[in-house]
Design a protein around this ligand. Sequence first.
Ligand code: HEC
Length: 101
Amino acid sequence: MKKVLSVALLGFGLAAPAFADLALATSKNCMSCHAVERKVLGPSFKDVAAKYKDDKGAVDTLANKIRKGGSGVWGPVPMPANNQVSEADAKKLAGWILSTK
Ligand code: HEC
């Protein structure tokens, strides 16, 4: 069943990349602390995209932060490390987040 679902998501993803990356973020647990449009525990992804819109190194900076966690940019609440996310997936997620503006 799980396999069938991921194949379905993959097929969908080819037609709708934004949806596929939301599915990736959901599967990596990001959406329990983040939302695209509003602040939850962490900043909204639209706010992140706006903050880094002129930063050419943002994909690498954010991918690194996604994997290692960190604090102090958006407030006192830290983001824990997300060790379950591969470097490639972290970059994919960072690129998607930056495209949500
Ligand atoms: C336990 C809650 C939690 C989870 C799970 C979480 N985050 Fe965060 N995230 C935060 C908080 C809190 C911040 C703000 C940290 C700060 O102020 O530096 C943050 C910040 C961020 C930022 C902005 C970083 C910056 O330096 O501006 C990005 C991008 C981000 N998260 C992406 C993700 C992604 C992608 C995932 C899933 C792999 C994820 N987060 C999972 C809580 C979380």
